[in-house]
Design a protein around this ligand. Structure first.
Ligand code: AGP
Length: 614
């Protein structure tokens, strides 16, 4: 959702804020703004619709010398993208400025009360109520007043989620930040201090990080920082070290982050495996799983609450865990889980999968599982993220920053980690050493096989040239590759805006086959696996209706060449790992179709990288 970067130090704030916004833009990008406190106490603010570069253009010729400021790039929740709805939002006197990430659930009620008290609003957003609540708190304070006290007073009236940064002409030189339900972390520099919604905005300046927890408030100034709870009590916080490098979050020789991240697949698999394979024992060595073994009694059931691509990874994980560990596994949309959780208990392992570790629904699912005393395990890519910190156990993907809004390398990493989890759980049950070894051995070969799948990129690009203008696609797969079909369809629709539906191939005859025509092509994932023959039948049924077929098949399969119009070959691997290879041509296909259509591949319309609101 929205990106927040704020600064209090000795350098001019504006260049730091702008550079931070560029690094946060993948989080949301329909408008942006800055506010800087000048030496005379006046706060200067500029906002613009569109991208950060549009804001930068609006700022050309504007002198901002202040060393304390806040900035925001927006993904609209309440109110269309416009200058008036862009953050920062100000109070009636233009003396308090706030940027906000989250949703103020009771904003209508609060706005009505403030309007009755004579406050004048200038936007349609929920966030603006924060500026007016702080204004009201400041007005009500006995002198001297402090901005942090007014902020915590204001937040007492707020229901919902927030990550905020506040500056004011009254308490100039001070930056106050607070969080409940939306990520916010402090960067501790040398005589300068930062607060941001995402570490990507900080890594250039400092690796010393303090993660705020819910209901905590940070008070930053060029002289130092302090963390308190909302009852004004100081809170001791550890300074942690940020991992990853600046170059990880750069495109390198690729035109888009998405292209770079697709091509990182071999390294991503290696990173997910590194140090975790006990080949001799046919099992897995992961700290979180060791503590799971100690902490909880026998796991009798697994529930996987997740969203989007992570949900599809969970679906593939379900097949892995049920086949190799024999444990009933249920995958639930986290947005459903939090309002209709399945029965949970001490013998149900809740596995939350999230690339960002900040998806609001998945975070709430973890909290609900903990309330129900179910052991919680997170599979997360962003180190130190909320889900990683709130789940009792965690397995990091170590896939490096994923900047492209469309998740690619994270999906492959999630599947790799889930295969390790399936082996570990299996070896806790009836999985033999030899079967464990055979899976782990094949995993060792997977990076090279992923590289072979990537080498077919020119062939995929040719297909995108042929099919790039089609507006409707059906994606079909069975068993392990039903989730692959869902994921392939999601990739295409979210970055090329073509309509694409993923379906279990066996379901095609129960309705979707009505869609098949020669202008409604079908992508079929048909590796040489246990359900190959059934999938071939589906291909024949589509052919009989003049449907075009793009098949993803195992190299060396000559039979399918007689049936499919186009074939994208992948190396042979064991069935449970086929999604890891089969998804690569689908990611590439989505990328090249979107490229042909001239879409904004890394920042597709209406989307954001991390959905930190319900
Ligand atoms: C995937 O390409 C999308 N960006 C989206 O579906 C994403 O997977 C979903 O929002 C979940 O995000 P998370 O993995 O960070 O929780």
């Amino acid at each position: 959702m929205c990106g927040i970067i704020s600064y209090a130090g000795k350098r001019k704030a504006l260049p730091i804020l702008l550079e931070g916004l560029y690094r946060l833009e993948y989080r949301g990008y329909d408008s942006a703004g800055v506010a800087v406190v000048e030496k005379n106490g006046v706060v200067q603010s500029v906002r613009a619709v569109g991208r950060v570069e549009d804001l930068a253009s609006s700022l050309s010729g504007v002198d901002m010398h202040g060393t304390v400021g806040i900035a925001h790039t927006r993904w609209a929740t309440h109110g269309a993208p416009s200058v008036a709805n862009a953050h920062p939002h100000a109070d009636c006197k233009n003396s308090v400025f706030v940027v906000h990430n989250g949703i103020i659930e009771n904003h209508n009620h609060v706005r009505s009360a403030l309007l009755r008290e004579g406050h004048v609003f200038s936007s349609e957003t929920d966030s603006e109520v924060l500026a007016h609540l702080i204004e009201r708190a400041l007005a009500g304070y006995r002198k001297p007043f402090f901005l942090e006290d007014a902020v915590s007073e204001a937040l007492r009236h707020v229901e919902g989620t927030f990550g905020i940064a506040v500056v004011s002409a009254h308490d100039a030189g001070k930056l106050v930040v607070a969080r409940r339900g939306s990520p916010l972390l402090l960067g501790i520099g040398d005589g300068e201090f930062f607060a941001a919604s995402d570490s990507a905005a900080l890594v250039r300046h400092t690796r010393r990080i303090v993660y705020l927890d819910d209901n905590e408030l940070g008070i930053l100034s060029p002289q130092g920082y302090e963390v308190r709870n909302f009852r004004h009590k100081p809170v001791a916080k550890a300074i942690e070290t940020l991992v990853g490098s600046l170059s990880d979050a750069q495109k390198g020789q690729y035109e888009h982050f998405m292209a770079k991240e697709i091509h990182e697949a071999p390294d991503v698999i290696r990173n997910a495996l590194r140090g975790r394979v006990l080949y001799h024992d046919g099992t897995v060595k992961i700290g979180a799983l060791d503590s799971l073994a100690k902490k909880s009694a026998r796991i009798e059931r697994v529930v996987i609450p997740s969203c989007g691509t992570s949900f599809y990874a969970g679906l593939a994980g379900k097949y892995m865990i049920e086949e190799f560990a024999g444990i009933p596994t249920e995958v639930v949309h986290a947005s459903e889980f939090r309002y209709a959780p399945p029965p949970l208990g001490a013998h149900t392992l809740v596995v939350a999968i999230s690339q960002s570790g900040e998806t609001a629904d998945t975070l709430e699912a973890v909290r609900e599982a903990k309330r129900k005393r179910a052991p919680t395990l997170a599979i997360v890519n962003v180190v130190g993220s909320s889900i990683a910190r709130e789940a009792q156990m965690g397995i990091y993907n170590y896939a490096g920053p994923e900047i492209g809004v469309a998740s690619t390398k994270a999906f492959i990493s999630q599947l790799t980690v889930l295969s390790l989890l399936a082996v570990w759980l299996g070896r806790q049950h009836s999985l033999s050493v030899s079967t464990g070894r055979s899976i782990l051995e094949e995993l060792q070969y997977l990076p090279q096989k992923a590289a072979v799948a990537l080498a077919a990129a020119p062939r995929v690009r040719e297909l995108a040239e042929i099919y790039g203008a089609y507006d409707n696609f059906l994606y079909l797969g069975r068993k392990y590759n039903w989730p692959t079909a869902l994921e392939g369809a999601l990739k295409l629709k979210e970055i090329s805006y073509a309509h694409a539906e993923g379906y279990a191939a066996g379901e095609m005859k129960h309705g979707p086959i009505a869609l098949v025509t020669d202008t409604f092509p079908t992508v079929v994932i048909a590796p040489s696996d246990s359900v190959y023959e059934k999938t071939i039948s589906n291909i024949q049924e589509i052919k009989a209706r003049r449907g075009k077929i793009i098949a993803v098949a195992t190299e060396g399969n000559t039979e399918i060449e007689k049936l499919a119009d186009h074939i994208l070959f992948i190396p042979k691997t064991i069935e449970m790992l086929t999604p890891i290879l089969a998804v690569i041509p689908l990611q590439l296909f989505a990328y090249y179709v979107a490229h042909k259509r001239g879409c904004d591949i890394d920042k597709p319309r209406n989307l954001a990288k991390s959905v930190t609101v319900e």
